[in-house]
Design a protein. Structure first.
Length: 331
């Protein structure tokens, strides 16, 4: 918000100076300035600045395929988005946490050469060039994510407070496994940094949001589901499968633990027949658990390898513990 306010302030000063210059140039002995032919002399202001050059084809593609609105396009282009190789992105983003693997949004102080007073705050967006075919669409998610940081930065204080409350209220309504997966890299963020990340992640990675948030994000996307779909095609569907497998494993572990307590009670009561009758049921659940764990761990390895291939954390998700063993029947 500070950048926009300063821009408006500069415009106001320039307008005031223009009016003063016009008043001074028109004042004279007769109160007005005349040309030799008797026509009134009209002070001409400076010519308007030339329109900005059109965005490059790759940048235009990012805006089109994420359905950015006019407001979002202005925020995005004002940040001079750049698509960069991994080495350039790491240098420009100074990424240490792994949270900004695919891009970053920066607010930087830029000064004129040799001037200590001609400084202003400018925004920058850096995006990773992704060449892996099954991950390439992540650049659309990254572009939308970083643009939303610029949008959050521009929100007036009262509007930001209202959006923050809606973001916090939405969290318990979402799939907690996916919330933990998608927001884990930002666990150390606090205050406005944390809320800005929530603002970007929820908008780009969760299809269903409360009406108030959906209305807010309609300011920036005419069809937000295009961004969410790009995330689902690359990471979201994988996350959904891993979360479903985790839920299944948790359910099986609970059932097995309950039955094993029953087995212990039967053994203590020397109920051999009842014990033996229950063992096959326990072992069938253990076999289901082992198959689910193997599938889960395979999917986790695939997910982590994909992230590692584009510069992410190779241990982003953790595998489950070693498979359980079947319970032998007593002799």
């Amino acid at each position: 918000m500070r950048v926009r306010w300063r821009a408006r302030q500069l415009v106001a000063v320039m307008a005031a100076l223009s009016l003063l210059a016009g008043a001074c140039s028109s004042s004279g002995e007769g109160g007005s300035s005349q040309r030799g032919d008797g026509a009134s002399s009209v002070a001409q202001g400076p010519p308007p600045p030339p329109p900005p050059p059109p965005p490059s084809a790759p940048i235009a593609d990012l805006m089109d395929k994420t359905s950015m609105t006019a407001e979002a396009r202005t925020l995005f282009l004002d940040a001079r988005p750049r698509i960069e190789a991994k080495m350039d992105l790491e240098r420009n983003c100074s990424n240490k946490s792994g949270a900004h693997t695919l891009g970053c949004f920066l607010v930087v102080k830029e000064c004129r050469t040799g001037s200590s007073s001609g400084c202003s705050l400018k925004t920058q967006i850096h995006l990773l060039q992704i060449d892996r075919p099954d991950a390439r669409d992540l650049i659309y998610v990254s572009a939308a994510h970083e643009m939303l940081h610029a949008a959050y930065e521009q929100l007036p204080a009262n509007d930001r407070l209202q959006v923050d409350r809606q973001l916090e209220a939405a969290l318990p309504l979402l799939d907690q496994c996916r919330v933990d997966t998608n927001l884990g890299a930002y666990a150390d963020r606090v205050g406005a940094d944390k809320m800005s990340e929530l603002h970007s992640v929820l908008a780009t990675e969760f299809a269903t949001l409360p009406p108030g948030l959906q209305s807010h994000f309609n300011r920036y996307f005419s069809n937000r589901q295009l961004v969410v779909s790009a995330h689902d095609r690359t990471l979201g569907d994988r996350e959904q499968e891993i979360c479903a497998l985790r839920s299944r494993l948790d359910q099986l572990e609970g059932q097995i633990a309950t039955l094993r307590r029953q087995l212990q009670q039967l053994r203590s009561a020397d109920s051999v027949r009842a014990y033996n009758a229950l063992v096959p049921r326990v072992n069938a659940l253990v076999r289901d658990q082992n198959r689910a764990a193997e599938t889960h761990n395979r999917r986790v390895r695939e997910y982590n390898r994909l992230l590692e291939s584009i510069g992410g954390d190779p241990d982003a998700l953790a595998p489950r513990a070693a498979p359980d063993r079947e319970t032998p029947a007593p002799p």
